[in-house]
Structure formats: structure tokens, C-alpha cells
Design a binder for this molecule. Structure first.
Ligand SMILES: Cc1cc2nc3c(=O)[nH]c(=O)nc-3n(C[C@H](O)[C@H](O)[C@H](O)COP(=O)(O)OP(=O)(O)OC[C@H]3O[C@@H](n4cnc5c(N)ncnc54)[C@H](O)[C@@H]3O)c2cc1C
Length: 494
């Protein structure tokens, strides 16, 4: 790629497009950033649960929490409650907290297993945000430096795009309304110009493809191959429907309930509940999946359910010539752990420092970006598969298939390291830290076969006492916190 990136064109005005435009305009003041979007095509309009990294993005671009929550009907998210994943009737939480030490003679989970005292409850009761979630309580952080847990948000995706658009325009981003009908290529294979339906043309040095599932530049024009993950993650459709709040508790967490051929989400916003059923069409037909969604709602539907189709996987390279794909244009892992917006952010976080050098990016920099993003997709894929493959359910074809599937080598190795030696192995470019992996192993009742003999350095009584004290301390701290609803009300009234 030659030259620097004076003219950056972002294609698409969904979450990816407006996040990219806002971040690029803030980080590259010497460049012009122009975003083209088509209201006629619209945005995907789902993607309402997030990952804590979104708070870094908000900090970097200067978004005020109260203003953001008001504008997007947002709520706080401590994590996800998983229902019926191991067996029907069972539940566990994956929150963004920590379980103390993870290895060696002071490994908290190791003592928890060793002591095996029924009075201690679940391992989750040793994790602050899990206790907060289970009690429906929330309290913001006193400081970012001393952070005993992390949190994210739920928000209305359409309102978030509008909110970011306003911010981006304030930062000097130019917005063009129009439908891209032609992508004009350069002699070296890159993109030179976009032609709109009304004949206008947009020239650029760098194109950010945020055109959603259409993948207009990276997929359709540059023909970048798609790495298909659907043999591991077979869900390929979702019905989505909003319901009224109807007095239901405003839980500070997403709920993911395993169903016959997929799972259902429940995402509480301050104005409504977002619901959906993600399913594998090879195991259930669309009509039955729709009925299953409607059958498990806890409020009155506010609209007809909407069907979305997708394939899990990603473009082999996300950066090709002068085109960088972000958001759904670059790939999609199913939404179980709400990682799409995180991947947009991660892409931007790795792209911007390269662009800020004020010179043409080298092939090595582009390769590094591409291999990093491909690894990140693969790491998150493994983490999502973990939720399925540990199931004890055998009551339908999907669950039988998930329990017996051939795992990716990277995941098989991690499972081996955990089962054999209690090691929570981590690779580079992980999206989820070892505490998150532990939350899923523990929630799914998947424990190592042997306990580290080093744990014996603490007597059983000492370990039991330490665990009891930690549990009691966390319970007392949480009991003094406001409910999620009360805290949120105070925050948005600011
Ligand atoms: C069922 C489901 C549930 C999801 N849940 C979550 C979740 O909980 N958390 C999460 O992080 N993510 C989730 N996602 C992913 C999330 O929706 C997306 O990552 C996020 O909304 C970003 O979308 P996007 O901006 O890439 O695409 P879109 O929102 O689809 O935006 C595409 C843009 O491109 C424009 N466009 C397309 N073609 C043209 C053209 N020819 N000319 C001009 N403009 C064009 C469109 O008008 C639009 O503005 C979910 C996805 C699905 C399918």
C-alpha cells in the first residue's frame, strides 16, 4: 500500500461503522473520515449485550456513562446467567470477576474442591460480581486502578448507532447518505473509489468495510475467502423479539437458556427486554424455533419476531490491500458471549497505532494484524465451544452432537491441561482470561481428575475457614449495595 491515509472512507453506519468513524476521527486528526450509509438498507439492529472492553472505548473517545445510558436505554451487565446448559434445571454465572489465585498451593478453586463442604455453596459464591448478579445488586467502581471486578452494558443497538453518529459528527466525521453500487479497484488490487446509486463517487486512501453481513468490499469485491466455523458452531439463525418490561426485575446480567436446538437470550434494557432464539436450522425448522422463543418469553411481545440468518466464521484476512473489514463484514461468532462489539474494538485497537505512524503500512504490519485477528476469532470460538461441549444433556440431536464433536486442537489441549493437571492454559490473543475459563469449567461441573498435592500445605480446616470468611465477606459487601434498578435510576438522573 502506498502513501499515507489522508482520506479514510467507512462503509456502513451500524455499530461497527460509527465506532470506527468515531475512533479514527479522534486518533487521526490529520485525516478526513467520511462515512457512507444507506438508510434504505438499514442496520442489523441486534447486538445489545457487550463485553467490559466497551468501557475502555468509551473512556478513550470521551463518552460520559450517564449520558450514554440515558441515550441508549442502557443497563449494567455483570455477566451472563446460563440456564440448562449442563443439565436442565441447572444454572451458573459467568461474570467479569476473579476467583483469587488460580494455581499453586493457594489456588482458591483447588481448596474449594478439596474441602468439598456442602455448606460453602457454589464456587460462584467466592466471586464478587457473581454474588452481585445473583442478588440483583450493582455498585459502580470507586476507581479504575483498584478494580475488584469489571462490568459491561446492555443497550439498544439502534439507539447506540444514533448516539455514536452524533458524537462522530461532532468529531468532524462527514456523513454521506447513499447506497454503494460499484467498487472501483486500483491496478494493485486495492480499492480506489466507491460509486453511489445516484452517481456520486467517493475516493479514498483507506476503506473500512463495515457493511455488515453484505461484506461489500472485503467479501464481495475483494473475494477474501471465508473461514467457516459452522462444523463446530452449527447455529445459523436467530429469531429476535422485544417484550415489554411488565414489572420483571431489571437483572444486571444477560440470560442464556439452552433449548432443544440452540439457546435463547434475554437482555434487559431500561425500556424493554430484548429476546432472541439462536438455533441450528439443521436440527429444528424456523417455525418451531419461533414457537419455542414465544413460548418462553416472560413479557408481552412488542413486535413480530424477526429472523436473521448467518454463518459462523470470519474472512481469512481482515486487512487486504487498503481495505480493513470490521464488525459483521469481517466475521461473526455466534452471540453467546457478546463478543462481536469486542472484536470491532480490538480490531480498531490494533489498527489505529499502525495508522498513526503516518506512513504506509508494511506487509509485515498487515500480516501481524491479520494473524492476530484470525487468532482472536479462533480463541473466542474455542471459548464458546467450551459452553457446549461439556454438556451432560443428551435429550436432542444438537446436544448429542455437541457432546461428541471433534474439538479444535487448541481447545482439546486446553481441556487436557485442565483435566489432567488443573492448568488453565492461555494463548496469545485470548479474548477471555483464565478466570472466565474457570467460571465455565466450574459452572459445567468439569473439574481436574487430580488435585495439586501442594494444596496440602494448608490444612483442611484452614482452607475451609478461609473460604467461609471470603464467602461471608462478599455476601456482606453485596448486601450493602443498592439494587441494580436503584443504582441505574440514580445514575441516569444525574
Ligand atoms: C442474532 C444476533 C445477535 C447478536 N448479538 C450480539 C450481542 O449481544 N453482542 C454483540 O457484541 N454483538 C452481537 N451481534 C453482532 C452485532 O449485531 C454486530 O456486531 C454489530 O451490530 C455491528 O454490526 P455492523 O455494524 O457490522 O453491521 P450492520 O449493523 O448491519 O451495519 C451495516 C451498515 O452497512 C450499510 N450498508 C450495507 N450495504 C451498503 C451499501 N451497499 N451501501 C451503503 N451502505 C451499506 C448498512 O446500511 C448499515 O449502515 C449479534 C448479531 C446477531 C446476528
Amino acid at each position: 500500500m502506498d502513501g499515507t491515509y489522508k482520506r479514510i472512507v467507512v462503509v456502513g453506519g451500524g455499530t461497527a461503522g460509527w465506532m470506527a468513524a468515531t475512533a479514527l476521527a479522534s486518533a487521526l486528526p490529520a485525516s478526513t473520515v467520511e462515512l457512507v450509509e444507506s438508510e434504505e438498507i438499514g442496520i442489523v439492529g441486534v447486538g445489545e449485550a457487550t463485553f467490559p472492553s466497551i468501557r475502555n472505548f468509551h473512556r478513550l473517545v470521551g463518552i460520559d456513562e450517564a449520558e450514554f445510558l440515558r441515550a441508549t436505554h442502557g443497563t449494567y451487565k455483570l455477566g451472563i446467567e446460563f440456564r440448562d446448559w449442563r443439565e436442565r434445571g441447572e444454572r451458573y454465572f459467568h461474570t467479569f470477576g476473579d476467583f483469587g489465585e488460580l494455581s499453586g498451593p493457594n489456588a482458591l478453586w483447588g481448596h474449594f474442591r478439596r474441602v468439598g463442604d456442602a455448606g460453602l455453596g457454589t464456587l460462584g459464591e467466592q466471586c464478587l460480581p457473581t454474588v452481585m448478579a445473583s442478588q440483583g445488586r450493582f455498585q459502580g467502581l470507586a476507581s479504575e486502578e483498584d478494580r475488584p471486578f469489571n462490568y459491561a452494558y446492555h443497550f439498544d443497538a439502534a439507539l447506540y448507532a444514533v448516539f455514536l453518529r452524533k458524537l462522530a459528527l461532532q468529531r468532524g466525521v462527514r456523513r454521506t447518505e447513499g447506497r454503494v453500487v460499484e467498487v472501483v479497484r486500483r491496478a494493485d488490487g486495492g480499492v480506489a473509489r466507491l460509486t453511489l446509486a445516484d452517481g456520486r463517487a467517493l475516493d479514498g486512501d483507506l476503506f473500512i468495510d463495515c457493511s455488515g453481513f453484505a461484506s461489500l468490499l472485503l467479501g464481495r469485491s475483494l473475494n477474501e475467502p471465508f473461514v467457516d466455523f459452522s462444523h463446530w458452531l452449527p447455529v445459523d439463525r436467530a429469531w429476535a423479539v422485544p417484550t415489554e418490561l411488565s414489572g420483571a426485575a431489571l437483572t444486571p446480567y444477560t440470560r442464556a437458556t439452552a433449548l432443544e436446538a440452540g439457546w435463547a437470550w434475554r437482555i434487559p434494557l431500561s425500556s424493554r427486554i430484548g429476546n432472541g432464539h439462536v438455533f441450528a436450522s439443521r436440527y429444528i425448522d424456523e417455525e418451531r424455533a419461533r414457537e419455542q422463543l414465544l413460548g418462553q418469553l416472560d413479557g408481552r411481545p412488542l413486535a413480530e419476531p424477526r429472523l436473521l440468518r448467518f454463518t459462523t466464521g470470519h474472512r481469512q484476512r481482515c486487512w487486504v490491500h487498503n481495505v480493513v473489514g470490521l464488525g459483521l463484514a469481517s466475521g461473526f461468532l455466534e452471540p453467546l458471549e457478546s463478543t462481536s462489539i469486542f472484536l470491532i474494538q480490538s480490531g480498531l485497537g490494533h489498527l489505529i497505532p499502525v495508522l498513526q505512524q503516518g506512513r504506509a503500512s508494511t506487509a509485515a504490519e498487515i500480516d501481524h494484524y491479520n494473524s492476530g485477528m484470525a487468532r482472536q476469532f479462533a480463541r473466542i470460538r474455542d471459548f464458546i465451544i467450551l459452553h457446549y461441549c461439556l454438556t451432560a444433556r443428551r435429550d436432542s440431536p444438537l446436544w448429542r452432537a455437541m457432546a461428541s464433536m471433534d474439538l479444535p486442537d487448541t481447545l482439546a489441549f486446553k481441556l487436557h491441561a485442565w483435566r489432567q493437571a488443573g492448568v488453565l492454559h492461555q494463548y496469545a490473543w485470548e479474548g477471555f482470561d483464565a478466570h472466565s475459563w474457570l467460571a465455565i469449567h466450574a459452572g459445567m461441573g468439569h473439574w481436574p481428575e487430580r488435585i495439586d498435592p501442594g494444596l496440602e500445605e494448608l490444612t483442611r480446616e484452614e482452607a475451609l475457614q478461609a473460604l467461609r470468611q471470603r464467602r461471608a465477606r462478599l455476601a456482606a459487601v453485596v448486601a450493602a449495595m443498592p439494587t441494580h434498578e436503584a443504582y441505574l435510576r440514580r445514575m441516569v438522573a444525574r
